[in-house]
Design a protein around this ligand. Structure first.
Ligand code: FAD
Length: 386
């Protein structure tokens, strides 16, 4: 291979350049990114950046010898050529690392999203005591924005369509224990409430109610950034469809990493797309190997963390639909607790840990090994998961 082009200069794109070099690839390597920034880390945007503790999250990657085309957007793809707004780029190996774009809501009012460092700096600059801030979505991003905004003295209202925060990710059993976190932080939480439209003075709610706000932040999820691949012949199904090596079926070698990849998981015998840092960090090593002809497989137990209302929240695994959680510790108490989900044969399928990092680390190891755990012993805090 003499010219590899990586499209998308986020964590996954930057890391894949590093991994290609580490794997011995010395030929031409081009990294194309639509943002005018070197690859940077996004998790701190809704935490340390909003809180004013840092302003720069550039990743410590060695991109020496990589041709950087920043502020340049890919607009189309055909075998051997990426079309960009600065002209075509030839390649004989391609990495797709275009991540995901936030979903926006209808309406004629201004709405902020939080995806880029520019979004984060702009939001931080308007946070002030007394600001009436409406946040749509009590998911991961909504909770983190509410945390920082409340700490800055803003009057925060979070509007959530589901019956509890994080109902889709964690289920209502767990979500019901998070409701109190909002109240304790002085945040108004309106559950079971859908937003019809964003207006210049706030939110129109389904049913005719209105939330007055000076600023609106929408945190209702993301969609993979794959629009530029339309007509390329690549299979797109909520992400770029790739196999367990992260390779697509196409006339020229193509791999996909990070938030935009919908890969085949051998472990779960299903296609997964995971919009979490760990995937963007770890999948590039496998994709680089696959592009260079080695036989690596990407098959993690998914992992994610969030920091909300002063708590460290970590999750690993895949929650089986309909399973009820087994508590490890008391979720009504402020001290740490965990929840575990099991599938048949006492196999641990997922762990949520609030302020108990060891549970998630050890639980993830157990899941990776396919180990069985007696749910009664899981529930016993005196029994270490190790
Ligand atoms: C505010 C925030 C907080 C988060 N917090 C956490 C957390 O606490 N824990 C956790 O596990 N995960 C967290 N995440 C998720 C994590 O950051 C993402 O999973 C990760 O950034 C994905 O990396 P990526 O490189 O795949 O995509 P991205 O980081 O989205 O990078 C993709 C890049 O490609 C560029 N691009 C898109 N289309 C084109 C195109 N056509 N041409 C050229 N360039 C293009 C984009 O501009 C972007 O720079 C958070 C995300 C956000 C936004």
């Amino acid at each position: 291979m003499e010219r590899i082009v990586v499209v998308g200069a986020g964590l996954a794109g930057g890391r894949v350049c590093q991994e290609l070099r580490a794997a011995g690839y010395t030929e031409a390597l081009t990294l194309v990114g639509s943002e005018n920034h070197l690859p940077y880390d996004r998790p701190p945007l809704s935490k340390a950046v909003l809180a004013g503790r840092t302003d720069d999250t550039t990743l410590p990657l060695d991109l020496g010898g990589v041709e950087l085309l920043l502020g340049r957007r890919a607009s189309g793809l055909r075998p051997g050529v990426v079309e960009t707004d600065g002209g075509p780029l030839d390649f004989d190996g391609l990495v797709i690392a275009t991540g995901a774009d936030p979903v926006r809501l209808p309406g004629d009012g201004p709405q902020r999203v939080l995806r880029t460092i520019d979004d984060a700096r702009a939001l931080r600059d308007v946070l002030r005591p007394g600001l009436r801030l409406a946040v749509v979505g009590a998911g991961w991003i909504g909770a983190e924005v509410a945390t920082s905004a409340a700490a800055a003295g803003a009057q925060v209202t979070v509007v959530e369509a589901a019956a509890t925060p994080l109902a889709q990710a964690l289920g209502e059993d767990v979500g019901s224990h998070l409701i109190d976190w909002y109240a304790r932080a002085g945040v108004t939480l309106r559950l079971g409430t859908s937003v019809d439209a964003v207006r210049p003075d706030g939110l129109d709610l389904a049913g005719g109610d209105h939330v007055v706000a000076d600023e609106v932040v929408v945190g209702v999820g993301v969609r993979p950034s794959t629009g530029w691949l339309a007509g390329s012949g690549l299979e797109i199904d909520r992400g770029v469809v790739v196999d367990e090596h992260l390779a697509a079926t196409w006339p020229v070698p193509v791999v996909c990493v990070g938030d935009s990849a919908a890969w085949w998981s051998r472990r779960y015998a299903t296609r997964l797309r995971v919009e979490h840092w760990d995937c963007a960090q770890q999948s590039p090593a496998v994709a680089a190997a696959a592009l260079l002809g080695a036989d690596a497989v990407y098959d993690p137990v998914p992992y994610f963390w969030s920091e909300q209302f002063g708590r460290m929240v970590q999750f690993a695994g895949l929650r089986p639909a309909g399973a009820t959680p087994v508590w490890r510790g008391d979720p009504t108490q402020p001290k740490g607790w965990s929840a575990g989900w099991f599938d048949g044969d006492d196999r641990l399928a997922a762990v949520l840990a609030v302020g108990r990092p060891a549970d998630v680390v050890r639980g993830r190891r157990l899941m990776a090994a396919g180990g069985t755990v007696d749910p009664d012993r899981f529930a016993d805090l005196a029994t270490p998961l190790a």
